[in-house]
Ligand binder design. Structure first.
Ligand code: ZN
Length: 92
């Protein structure tokens, strides 16, 4: 459906968490070390952060490699993980 693609032209860093949570999309963390993980934003929503731009949330992620900032991406639910997944979690 068209809805899944509407967010594509938006600069991802400007996208707010609430906007990233459209139906049929999911929040992914992608680290420079190659790890990728689906992020459950429930802890952020519980903190009232749904209006935060994704760029402001990236420093709240921690990767198993020690990275203190992990890039966030929004992907369609149908997109299968390309390789290793997991190892990235919400730190705060
Ligand atoms: Zn990493």
């Amino acid at each position: 459906m068209a809805d899944a693609h509407r967010i594509t032209p938006v600069a991802l860093g400007e996208l707010k968490l609430a906007q990233a949570l459209f139906a049929r999309s999911s929040l992914w963390a992608v680290c420079g070390c190659g790890r990728e993980a689906v992020i459950d934003p429930a802890p952020w929503l519980a903190q009232g952060l749904k209006r935060q731009p994704l760029a402001q949330l990236e420093p709240r992620l921690r990767c198993g490699c020690g990275a203190r900032r992990v890039r966030l991406e929004v992907r369609g639910l149908a997109e299968a993980p390309a390789g290793l997944t997991g190892g990235i979690h919400i730190f705060r």
